[in-house]
Design a binder for this molecule. Sequence first.
Ligand SMILES: [Zn+2]
Length: 123
Amino acid sequence: MPKLTKAKLNRYQKVLIQILRELGAKVEHIEESVLRAEGGASPDEAQEFGSENYSAELQINIIQNEEEILREVHAALDRIQQKSYGVCEACDELIPERRLEVLPYARYCVGCQRKVEENGEID
Ligand SMILES: [Zn+2]
C-alpha cells in the first residue's frame, strides 16, 4: 500500500485545516491535536501557522457547496489520521501530488474521479 511521508501528511493536514478556517469552521480542537502531534510548537510558531499565507480559494471554487467541502475536508483529515491520505480510494494508487496541491481533499486519482463522475460510482 503506497503512502505519503509523515512530513507530507503534516503539510497537507495544515492545508486542510486552513481550508476549514477559511470556511469559518470550528477548528480549535483539530489545531490543538496538530500542535501536539508536532511535539509542542511554541506560541510564536502557532501564530505563524495561523497566518500562513496559503489561499484555499482555488480549492473552494472547485466545489461550490460549502457543506460538501466541509465533509470532504473532515474525511481527508480522518484519512490523514489513518495514514491512508493521498491514496486513491478506488485503485489504491498514490494520488499525484500536483492533484493534491489543487484539491487536497481528493479521494480519487484523476482517472477514478472521471469514472465516478460518469457513472456516479466505482464498481
Ligand atoms: Zn484511482
